[in-house]
Ligand binder design. Sequence first.
Ligand code: KG4
Ligand code: ZN
Length: 370
Amino acid sequence: MKILAIETSCDETAISILEIKSRDKRPVFNILSNVISSQVKVHAEWGGVVPGLAKREHEKNLPRVLKRALKKAEIVNPEKEIDFISVTQGPGLEPALWTGINFAKKLSVVWDIPLIPVNHMLGHLLAFFLKDEEFEIPKIEFPAIALLVSGGHTQIILIKTPPSGASWGKYKLIGETRDDAAGEAFDKVAKMMDLGYPGGPMISKLASSVGSSASHRIVLPRPMIDDYSKDGEFDFSFSGLKTAVLYKLKDPEIRNYERTYGRKYVKEIISKEFQQAVIDVLISKTLRASEKYKAKNIILGGGVTANKELRKQFRRQLSVTSPQTTLLMPKIKFTGDNAAMIALAGYFSKDKIKRPAKSQALKAEGNLTL
Ligand code: KG4
Ligand code: ZN
């Protein structure tokens, strides 16, 4: 069986083809192609993703990304060789989502292949399974806690029951951001310091270049880290942290450092403390949720989990506080938006399948929840 997946929820136009074979009655997966065309350069000059521009770029890119994905997977007759098309239905930017959905609908009719709408966050949640070589889905013990952190979302999800039938687990959202997502905070703080878009990689690079001799420590808040209120115990808030950086940049003491040690030095120490504040909050909340629900596994997913310091500190803290809990992280290349994760999520969303004639009613859902 082969699934062709389309992802256009934000600023990556991505198409992947996933092959599923059966070995001893267990499915074995193989990513035949995983093409990503990034629009980062187009949005960089605006300091963030512009939905109208994203739509235009996706429309332009989709036909050639499809061509490359089919070629790489050595597929000559897609109408005969592809069994399902899966497409991101939401959440995401609606104008961007619609381009992928409309493209998928057309293929579904022309090739006469059923369509499976997929939740983008399920893709991030399952991304830790993806491998470059053939892979199986290992047995996972439940309950599990997932932390999904991207440019649009910061969520803690409780997965209580093991996968059954066509779907992978039952999910309950137990925490989310009340304002900015963690990735969004990275992007906005980077913009304040003229570091370009996307901000995460730049901030993490600057943070890692702070020498151990740096003697000036900037202190930023850890929003909601000790918020044990019953309502929203695992919720986040990153907008205040972003504002705290803005004030720091205007602080006379910081301006003085800037004059004495240079602008780069100030950007480095701010990046380091900002990154640490985000890491402290993400780890603390996730570990607390894991303790409360006695999680056997913690799953990470989303663009922000590419952050090396976050990965390192998560591993370290978990080994100290809860060594019996396993940390499951996606490979760095599968942390950001890609269509391989949408293909795998499609495989686990087969209960939502739509025959070609019915597929035409599919609508984008910008605020789709898990
Ligand atoms: O999952 P993703 O590719 O797209 C969305 O679904 O939003 O996540 C993109 C986000 C951006 O905000 C980007 O700045 C952030 O992930 N990001 C990082 C790093 N790499 C990407 N944040 C922190 N550290 C990184 N190394
Ligand atoms: Zn994403």
